[in-house]
Design a protein around this ligand. Structure first.
Ligand code: AN7
Length: 402
């Protein structure tokens, strides 16, 4: 039992209405469950394998879901990096280990299932890359067409490859992500395609399970959860899910929700620092972390609430800091992530060195996408392989000179 409720004015709508924003005030909607009517037992959850669908009572899908077995991603202790920056209880939740290599799969298993539940026959999104890769795969699994709009020349190679290979109709626009989102919204509203960007309230339901899994894997609520922020959907989703656990009496406190952006694309950080009631969009966002190259985050309103209510914070990191942490994660921890994902840990390093994060804190960074998503940015940072003649003598002399 649930309804769609406006985050601003509280007006609510029936669950089967295809609606992305409030008809009265234009703000975003969220899925509001009648928590009293749900029978949720922790022991029952514990008996199920860890995955998005472990938590199905708190998801809106009532049909057999379109699933590629998403979630259940590893939570790694970051021992070496933690020691270097003075945080002995530092962890990374590796969302790059999802079926298409990013956390978007949690949203898409729910979102594409909802498309079928609502009898929609075509799905669409705008994307900085990962959303399009994930939507393409889940639409393929569902057997329905997908249309994806990408900012031309600004999407990492692996992501475009996935969207194309999974058979989406891939369109590059000569404009940035914010423009692509505007266009796809217009298309969906005028032509009845089902929009699966993060303004879709159902998609975020899947993503909230990151927080549920963190608590189950850690065995307690961490002091802080740190996420890279682009459209601010994920940080909002995780906070919303924790609110449900809190209302159900399953947790007693909230982690401090902490958002990290790239310096060249940081409207949420500015709003938090300056105490603004809403974000001021940035017209020309720029960063090596193309996944979070977003100047007008559509979920900013919810993210500001999540950060402020939990006593969290927002911080930016430079492209150099992001890439340095991408290398550290790869070389000191064996964890391969794309640049946007390294931003969360780079942000933690900065906040720890500034004394904002206390050494006693249990901190979980969500690393959102896999290293192989953006091979070009990886190759640019590394020395090319040493090419030698195919004989052992050459091999030995090369190794000696290293
Ligand atoms: C790896 O794919 O927006 O703050 O269109 O791919 O919820 O937007 C991707 C976002 C972080 C930011 N890390 O999450 C898209 C898209 C990675 C991402 C984010 C994205 P939100």
């Amino acid at each position: 039992m649930y309804r769609l409720t406006c985050v601003q004015c509280g007006r609510s709508y029936p669950p089967d209405e295809i609606l992305y924003t409030c008809r009265s005030c234009g703000h975003l909607l969220f899925v509001e469950y009648d928590l009293d009517s749900l029978s949720i037992r922790r022991e029952e959850w514990d008996r199920r394998p860890i995955s998005v669908w472990r938590y199905r009572e708190l998801l809106p899908v009532t049909i057999p879901p379109v699933t590629l077995k998403e979630g259940g991603t590893p939570l790694y202790p970051l021992e070496r990096i933690g020691e270097e920056i003075g945080l002995p209880h530092l962890y990374a939740k590796h969302e790059g280990m999802n079926p298409t290599g990013s956390f978007k799969d949690r949203g898409m298993t729910v979102g594409v299932s909802m498309a079928l539940q609502l009898n929609k026959s075509t799905v669409a999104c705008a994307s900085t890359g990962n959303t399009s890769a994930s939507l393409a795969a889940y639409a393929a699994k569902a057997g329905i067409p997908a249309v994806v709009l990408l900012p031309a020349g600004k999407v990492a190679l692996g992501k475009v490859a996935q969207a194309l290979m999974h058979g989406a109709n891939v369109i590059s626009i000569r404009g940035n992500f914010d423009k692509a989102l505007e266009m796809v919204q217009e298309l969906c509203i005028s032509h009845g395609l089902y929009l699966l960007n993060s303004i879709n309230p159902f998609r975020l339901e899947g993503q909230k399970t990151i927080g549920f899994e963190v608590i189950d894997q850690l065995g307690c609520v961490p002091d802080r959860i740190v996420l890279p922020v682009g459209n601010a959907g994920n940080i909002s989703a995780v906070h919303k899910g924790l609110g449900e656990l809190h209302a159900l009496g399953l947790i007693e406190r909230y982690p401090m929700m902490t958002g990290i952006q790239a310096k060249g694309s940081s409207p949420v950080v500015r709003a938090i620092r300056e105490g603004l009631p809403e974000v001021i969009p940035e017209g020309e966002p720029e960063t090596v972390a193309t996944a979070i190259r977003i100047g007008a985050p559509v979920n900013a309103e919810k993210a500001l609430t999540a950060i402020r209510k939990t006593g969290g914070t927002a911080e930016w990191v430079t492209d150099d800091e992001i890439l340095a942490m991408q290398r550290d994660l790869a070389r000191k921890e064996g964890i391969g992530v794309e640049p946007a994902s390294a931003a969360s840990v780079a942000g933690v390093r900065k906040l720890a060195l500034e004394g904002v994060i206390d050494p006693s804190e249990r901190v979980v960074c969500v690393v959102t996408g896999h290293l192989l998503k953006d091979p070009e940015t990886v190759i640019k940072q590394c020395k090319p392989p040493t090419e030698i003649d195919a004989d052992v003598q050459s091999l030995l002399s090369t190794l000696r000179s290293c």
